[in-house]
Design a protein around this ligand. Structure first.
Ligand code: 9D3
Length: 248
């Protein structure tokens, strides 16, 4: 996969060379191009923004430096899927990450100020993505998050265990709690079942905890799933044990 990142802060992207991205680069699974938008500015001051048409606060990133950058990217190999990171985009999630992981090349456009001139979006942008309902100062951190989530889905980047597990039921739930040695800490002993060595009972306990946590913390996820009778029974058991009654 190739990823192009367009930004006025190319140095923000450098920390990505560690961890996942570094590993993918070393393995030759990934190549990255960082494009400094200012390199395509027209004037001596390297300005890439101007005041909004119609007035109001803030600045807007100008069409011309953006269009020149897009032309340079498109001329250098196969045309990527151009993605603008913006609060107006569709919210990023696992399905979108999986879709992007299958693309041979993506370009991530990081906005600053109030965003990109709409004419550039109309002419060049294929998809607009937000990472959630909160306000960031720009798209660079959003790009880092998307790159992390996408790369770990590419076979070979993590080792394959994670991708193989992807479609099974329990991976749609929140995780169960985890414990490690020692068996006793100052006040709390690890759950007896986890110390029993009975793997069938342990798997049952973990699924019960995962169902219970998802019910309590993410009812939106649970409502999307069709629980089997056995799974419903486990969830009821969890709620009874937690003195929470049974769902109606
Ligand atoms: C304070 C400016 N806002 C006026 C109501 C609009 C605004 C413009 C630009 C808000 C945020 C931004 C910068 N945000 C991003 O570049 C961004 C973002 C985000 O803010 N939230 C969630 N996902 C993303 S992806 C890119």
């Amino acid at each position: 996969m190739r990823i192009d990142i367009v930004t006025i802060f190319p140095e923000y992207v450098e920390p990505l060379r560690h961890a996942l991205l570094g590993k993918a680069l070393e393995q030759g699974i990934l190549s990255v191009g960082v494009h400094d938008l200012r390199a395509w500015a027209q004037d001596a001051h390297k300005s890439v923004d101007d005041t909004p048409c119609g007035g109001g606060p803030g600045m807007v990133m100008q069409y011309e430096p953006l269009a020149r950058t897009a032309a340079a990217i498109n001329a250098d190999g196969d045309k990527p899927l151009h993605i603008y990171l913006s609060p107006q985009g569709t919210t990023f999630n696992h399905e979108l990450a999986a879709e992007l992981a299958r693309k041979p090349r993506i370009a991530l456009w990081c906005g600053r100020y109030e965003g990109l001139d709409q004419r550039f979006i109309v002419e060049h942008i294929d998809a607009e993505i937000s990472i959630g309902d909160f306000v960031l100062s720009g798209g660079e951190i959003a790009a880092a998050i998307i790159i992390d989530a996408v790369l770990r889905l590419i076979p070979g980047v993590l080792g394959d265990a994670a991708s193989v597990a992807e479609d099974s039921f329990h991976h749609k739930l929140l995780d169960h709690p985890h414990y490690t040695r020692p068996e006793n800490t100052a006040k709390i002993r690890a759950p007896e079942i986890l110390l029993s060595g009975n793997h069938a009972l342990i798997a049952r306990w973990r699924l019960k905890q995962a169902l219970g946590r998802t019910f309590l913390h993410r009812p939106d996820i649970l409502n999307q799933l069709e629980l089997s009778d056995a799974q419903q029974k486990l969830l009821n058991e969890f709620l009874t044990e937690q003195h929470l009654g049974e769902p109606s």
